[in-house]
Design a binder for this molecule. Structure first.
Ligand SMILES: Nc1ncnc2c1ncn2[C@@H]1O[C@H](COP(=O)(O)OP(=O)(O)OP(=O)(O)O)[C@@H](O)[C@H]1O
Length: 374
């Protein structure tokens, strides 16, 4: 799939903007603070209905304006999909095929994206929250119903944590509500875990050979799921549910004492091993970067295998962070098959033939001049 065009209105520092993109490589060039990342972010928001930079939608609206709008046309193999996101003080609206979607899980997935920014290089070393976000975003765009379960899970978790705090402080003594919330939490938790397990199976299949390729067969990558309960990846939803039920009932006193939910997907993590050693603890910076790159490239292939089309790739200021070998590996892999947006302060940072044919977009203070190379 690829994005044919985009129109922005009052989005960050873009007052009005209309662009037509190349179906392969688009390079967004500009000095600092001119609007490169804002454009990448707008594309991301068009796909995921929210930003990766802020959880406050109102920050996306241009200062002094009352709304922001992003429209875009996504071209798929056999049809095209018009998408639209609008933000105002009243909230956000997502339109697919010109029809407003009440549930965002009905909107997400029409435009598949893989984002690779400098922060992603810390995926291995960074917080468990980052890794959970990575896996959740991925599953969400392949199986949008996952987003629904995740949303419900988070809502119930918040209520349950609040209740556990009240029980801890003895402001509340009734345990009936706790059982009701626990039961609801388990229902969504077991679906989330089951889906994460099947996603991991796929991720491993794609990431391991890619990692071998980048490391010139010197390294092998394995990925494990680290969970708070005693569960095997071969278990189905019912079995996972049963284990959660036993764990929660055996630990009720402990949870009340601590005033928080101690088990569930919100506490799980991914562990990466290179040549059987934990790369989070023992890996060199290079190995950690190779792992992050392998995961991103695996995401691209995984989406293609599951959805039937390649996603759009966003490389936000990340190429200059990769050494020549990793940069070439990345660009060779995507060349000719994945629509890619690259943001950079200088085209000379990109040393690859693919750049010869790219569409160039020069950004200056919220305006863009387009120029085709080749
Ligand atoms: N809501 C907003 N309304 C108007 N301008 C905004 C808004 N949010 C951010 N900006 C402006 O957008 C600019 C930042 O743009 P952006 O983050 O895209 O930078 P960039 O070109 O990617 O630069 P860098 O290379 O430093 O990351 C800043 O000048 C900032 O003041």
């Amino acid at each position: 799939m690829y994005i044919k065009n985009i129109k922005l209105q009052h989005y960050r520092n873009y007052h009005e903007l209309a662009l037509t993109f190349d179906d392969r490589i688009n390079v967004i060039i500009g000095e600092n603070a001119q609007g490169k990342t804002n454009l990448m972010e707008a594309i991301y928001v068009l796909g995921f209905s929210k930003s990766y930079r802020t959880s406050k939608d109102k920050e996306l609206i241009q200062w002094e304006q009352s709304y922001a709008k992003i429209e875009g046309t996504v071209l798929k193999k056999h049809y095209q999909v018009p998408l639209e996101m609008q933000f105002s003080a009243k909230g956000k609206k997502a339109k697919l095929n010109h029809l407003e979607q009440r549930r965002l899980s009905d909107y997400i997935g029409a435009l598949n994206l893989v984002m690779f920014a400098p922060e992603d290089l810390n995926l291995v070393k960074g917080s468990p929250q980052m890794r959970r976000r990575f896996i959740d975003m991925e599953i969400g765009q392949i199986k949008p119903v996952y987003i629904y379960h995740l949303g419900q899970y988070q809502k119930i978790l918040k209520q349950r944590n609040h209740l556990l705090k009240e029980l801890q402080r003895k402001k509340q003594h009734d345990l009936t509500l706790l059982s009701v919330l626990t039961e609801q939490l388990i229902e969504h938790a077991s679906i989330i875990i089951e889906k994460r397990f099947s996603f991991l199976e796929l991720l491993r299949q794609w990431a391991a050979p890619i990692h071998q390729g980048i490391s010139q067969h010197k390294e092998s990558l394995t990925i494990n799921y680290d969970t708070t309960i005693d569960v095997l990846e071969s278990y189905n939803k019912e079995k996972i549910k049963h284990i959660y039920e036993t764990t929660f009932s055996q630990n009720q006193r402990k949870e009340i004492e601590r005033g928080t939910t101690l088990f569930g997907p919100h506490r799980d993590d991914l562990l990466f091993y290179v040549n059987n050693r934990n790369v989070q603890t023992f890996g060199s910076q290079g190995q950690q970067r190779t792992t992050a790159l392998s995961l991103k490239l695996a995401e691209i292939e995984l989406i293609k295998a599951e959805v039937g089309e390649y996603p759009v790739l966003l490389l936000d200021d990340v190429l200059s962070e990769l050494d020549q070998h990793r940069q070439s590996h990345l660009l060779n892999t995507i060349q000719g098959k994945v629509q890619t947006f690259i943001s950079t302060t200088s085209v000379s940072d990109i040393k690859h033939e693919t750049i010869e044919q790219a569409e160039l977009f020069y950004v200056e203070n919220g305006t863009i001049t387009q120029q085709r190379r080749g």
